[in-house]
Design a protein. Structure first.
Length: 597
């Protein structure tokens, strides 16, 4: 019959799994981020006997499986197998961390005569924190990566703390959280021993850690202040969201409904904006106002990922054409003569020019693209770089045919071939009010891949534009989690962001990760009165693009900071695995006997 320790470890596994899952949408219990790993640490550090690595791995894997099973349950709207396989895979990283924590980094297993000291506690906390952060980075890279919901994402709405993501990325925030909790548990352990043997032990490691957290908050306050008041270029964008229903990858509207929807929603919004501008002009005339009048006409109109059903065909030398339904919709929207850049998603296909016109190549490549179309019909496209496995591409499908069968059985749709990854990592340039602005393009979940977005950063006025569609996952937490992760790209790189979704979160984000318009104090998010983003609508937003963007350490060094720290932590743990070489407390130097009353 299982003993007391078994039930306590089971409780620890469940507690950590549930608390970590509770950090993210739809729960957003950010305060749990400071204690969520404590039960897991106590559970693996208290292991004894043989096979501690195996036992630690199992404990970590089970906790991770519980946590990820909840976090990615939204994947079940497409495939019942998806969340099971993904949660089981992601839990492996928790298992590796717990195996290391139970052995190399275990502060409660050391050589006889080696005492617990604050210095050793800080060292071992660093080992745990760096290894955890390194594993977060690794899962965001391996097999193209899935870095979704690192621990630091818990602070997506806590702007004062989230600002530090511009130092080492989101994994840097995770490192800080694990470090804090590893120190806290060790300090608590020393306090318990003091209560047992009456020997007072030093606790300055906790004070040092608390000071680090205080410096982190101070950094956030200063960063927020520094981002305000910068010289900037104001861009007005009309974001349009239709909330088209999906069944997996299948769009449940006809092509005619889709195109008419974008036409009606956009034309209605432009008419309202035009009427407001006319009212402003009339009031200025009546009041004989001599000051300048700021009109609301948009510089950009933005539609989401693969918004139009017709394809874009482009030749190698840039000549292009478009399906008739696309041209008709765009012509109707532009009929009012508005001078705006149209940004939308479409499938792009390789073409070639012949005497009789443009035709697609034989065995052409297809791209999931962002299209930037000017009023004069000049056109730029960005071809999505980071493809979704089993969504946009199936690796090895030609050599392992049954992968196609699994896809069709789980997705409920025929597999018609893979998209091709675009090669370009250069931003796109557009002109707004006579000023050149660079657009960092991002399609679908590319805004959750920091190492990719960082490659587009240049020393110039830039804004991230993400077109996405979370409609595959219906009204699940997927959209809110996607948005929570995406916010950190604006913080890490100090570039504002525009997101336009079919179903998901359509919003404007500034360089501190906020969606609040500083001029009006209103949220720049399409949402209803309950805060739900699952609705049809449009929103005119303002983005302030810094002329000289702030310096960001993460933009400069990328993930190498976390990689270096994690390797250092692992090497140090192996080198000092018996802790005998670490400085130990001299008898009586850091402790005193409590006199009996």
């Amino acid at each position: 019959m299982p003993g007391r320790s078994f039930y306590l470890r089971f409780l620890a596994i469940v507690s950590t799994g549930l608390m970590v899952a509770g950090l993210f949408p739809p729960y957003n219990f950010a305060t749990l981020a400071w204690i969520c790993m404590i039960p897991l640490l106590i559970s693996v550090w208290s292991l004894s006997g043989k096979h501690r690595a195996k036992k630690g791995f199992l404990i970590g894997w089970l906790a991770g499986a519980i946590s990820y099973g909840i976090q990615v349950s939204w994947l079940g709207t497409v495939s019942w197998l998806g969340p099971v396989v993904l949660a089981g895979y992601l839990a492996i990283y928790w298992g590796i961390f717990a195996a290391i924590a139970a052995t190399l980094g275990n502060p409660w297993h050391r050589k006889e005569g080696v005492d617990e000291t604050p210095l050793r506690a800080l060292f071992l906390a660093f080992v745990h924190a760096s290894v955890w952060a390194g594993l977060e980075w690794f899962r965001g890279w391996l097999f193209t990566g899935f870095g979704w919901n690192g621990l630091g994402v818990a602070f997506h709405d806590t702007l004062v703390i989230s600002q530090a993501a511009d130092i080492l990325g989101i994994a840097g925030l995770s490192l800080m959280l694990v470090f804090f909790q590893a120190v806290l548990v060790q300090v608590a352990h020393r306090l318990m021993k003091t209560g047992i043997d009456g020997i007072r032990r030093p606790r300055w490691d906790f004070a040092a850690t608390a000071l680090c957290v205080g410096l982190l908050i101070t950094y956030g306050i200063l960063r927020i202040a520094m981002e305000g008041g910068k010289e900037s270029i104001t861009v007005k964008s009309l974001l349009v969201q239709l909330n088209i229903p999906h069944e997996g990858s299948t769009v449940l509207w006809s092509a005619e409904q889709v195109h008419m929807g974008y036409e009606d929603e956009t034309i209605d919004a432009l008419k309202k904006i035009s009427a407001e501008d006319e009212k402003k002009l009339q009031q200025a005339i009546e009041q004989n106002s001599e000051g300048g009048i700021e009109l609301s006409s948009p510089d950009w109109v933005i539609w989401p990922e693969t918004a139009l059903t017709g394809r874009i065909i482009r030749t190698d030398d840039g000549e292009w054409g478009s399906w008739r339904e696309n041209n008709d919709t765009i012509s109707r929207v532009r009929a009012g003569g508005e001078n705006f850049e149209l940004i939308y998603g479409a499938v792009e296909i390789e073409g070639e020019a012949r005497p009789e016109g443009l035709f697609q190549k034989e065995n052409p490549r297809f791209y999931n693209s962002i299209v930037f179309q000017s009023p004069d019909d000049s056109l730029q496209t960005f071809r999505k770089h980071h493809l979704v496995i089993f969504g946009e591409t199936i690796p090895l499908v030609d050599t392992i045919p049954w992968l196609k069968e699994i896809y069709e059985q789980q997705a409920g749709a025929e597999y018609n071939g893979s998209f091709t990854a675009g090669p370009s990592l250069d931003p796109l340039s557009v002109e707004v009010k006579g000023r050149e602005i660079q657009i960092i393009p991002s399609v679908c979940f590319e805004d959750t891949v920091p190492r990719l977005t960082r490659k587009f950063v240049r020393n110039a006025p830039q804004i991230i534009v993400n077109l996405t569609n979370d409609g595959w996952f219906k009204q699940s937490p997927a959209a809110a989690q996607h948005f929570a992760n995406a916010k950190f790209r604006a913080i890490e790189l100090r570039r504002p962001m525009l997101r336009c979704a079919n179903t998901g979160v359509t919003a404007a984000i500034d360089t501190i990760g906020s969606s609040v318009n500083p001029a009006t104090g209103k949220q720049q998010i399409i949402a209803d009165g309950t805060g739900s983003s699952f609705l049809r609508g449009s929103l005119l937003v303002e983005s302030r693009i810094p002329v000289r963007p702030s310096f960001s350490l993460y933009a400069l060094i990328g993930d190498w900071g976390i990689i270096g720290l994690s390797l250092a932590g692992l090497i140090l743990a192996i080198t000092f695995r018996n802790y005998g070489a670490l400085p130990a407390a001299e008898p009586g130097r850091f402790r005193s006997r409590i006199k009996p009353q």
